[in-house]
Design a protein around this ligand. Structure first.
Ligand code: PEP
Ligand code: MN
Length: 356
């Protein structure tokens, strides 16, 4: 556990009932696009407007954001529509510019969180300022690096902090643009108990049709809010076109989300949970017994100078166990994963015996 000096992530008049929704285009592109998108989002009850002013792009010569000019449009959204506005900052100059234009919320992007020098530079620029800051996960699934960013910004005196889970890049092509690896934000929550966590289904999914299901998953995991990209004409967007929703579609997606109760009494689950505890006890006892037998086999292999790994035997176990999956109402994938993990532990045990 890391102790941070936090205050609730809130702003005057903000409806903090779950989920807090932050919406707006990937990038501010023109004054009209910003004003019109914001107007439509406000009509849907959105209170916080997002737009990227400086865009970290993978390749040069792509649209890299309109820069400072766009901050004036954001300020118009704030003044004329009474919305809160937020943007991404990646260096000290961005911080100074955003503050000059009264931006309400800053966030640090995934490509910046990976770089402690950049995060420290932002932290130094924020000294003496009281503004909510959100920190996206680093592009790689490294929870320590993510927490380090929170520590740096918090040490600069920023107390209203929140995390944004936007998934992790992978070399393999997957269903997702950035793999969610939900265990990483869950690990963050275990380490930073009071840290609000938002989900960014747009950058995780990379496609419109995934925004709903990913958002629902985040709510089921008790996330505090969502950051979703929305554009008046998504297909014409200068960045991230395939993942942006019109404000109208966004409303449909949000309306469908089911809110679960995280504070409901768990009294009725008491008996079932006892049953689970009992079953876990026997699972562990059986695993321990299995390892004892594996160790005996290890001793035999040592006495007879045999190799540990006999691939044929492992294949046989896997195939046979996988066939047992269906009648037991277990998924084959799950059984294979469990058996592979059990087998790995057996090998470790036998290795220790052989090299004793
Ligand atoms: C963005 O929010 O538009 C963005 C660039 O996100 P990320 O830092 O998650 O890639
Ligand atoms: Mn984007």
């Amino acid at each position: 556990m890391i102790e941070l000096d936090l205050q609730p992530f809130t702003l005057p008049g903000l409806d903090t009932n779950r989920p807090i929704v932050i919406a707006g285009p990937c990038s501010a592109e023109s004054e009209d696009q910003v004003m019109e998108t914001a107007k439509q989002l406000k009509a849907q009850g959105i209170q916080i407007f997002r737009a990227g002013i400086w865009k970290p792009r993978t390749r040069p010569n792509a649209f890299e954001g309109v820069g400072v000019e766009g901050l004036a449009w954001m300020r118009r959204v704030k003044q004329e529509l009474g919305m809160y506005v937020g943007t991404e900052v990646a260096n000290a100059q961005h911080v100074y510019d955003a503050l000059k234009y009264d931006i309400d919320i800053l966030w640090i992007g995934a490509r910046t969180t990976v770089n402690p020098f950049a995060v420290q530079e932002i932290a130094d620029a924020l000294k003496g300022v009281d503004i909510p800051v959100m920190i996206k996960n680093p592009v790689n699934p490294d929870v320590d690096l993510w927490m380090g960013a929170f520590e740096r910004i918090n040490q600069a005196g920023i107390k209203r902090l929140a995390a944004i889970h936007r998934g992790f890049s992978t070399y393999d092509k997957t269903l997702y643009r950035n793999k969610p690896q939900w265990n990483v934000p869950i690990e963050l929550r275990r380490n930073l108990r009071n840290m609000p966590i938002f989900c960014d289904p747009s950058h995780i999914g990379g496609k419109r049709e995934l925004i709903g299901p990913i958002s629902q998953q985040a709510l089921d995991l008790n996330f505090d809010g969502l950051m979703i990209e929305s554009h008046i004409t998504p297909d014409k967007a200068l960045s991230d076109a395939s993942q942006q929703l019109t404000p109208e579609t966004l409303e449909l997606v949000l309306d469908k989300l089911v809110l679960r109760d995280s504070k409901a009494s768990t009294e009725d689950l008491k008996d079932l949970r006892k049953e689970i505890d009992r079953l876990d006890d026997s699972l562990l006892e059986m695993l321990s017994e299995r390892m004892r037998v594996a160790a005996q086999i290890g001793q035999y292999k040592k006495d007879h100078n045999m190799t540990i790994l006999q691939t044929g035997r492992f294949d046989e176990i896997l195939t046979h166990r996988a066939q047992q999956a269906e009648p037991l109402e277990l998924s084959e994938k799950f059984v294979r994963e469990v058996m592979t993990s059990v087998h790995e532990e057996s090998i470790r045990r036998q290795n220790a015996i052989l090299n004793d």
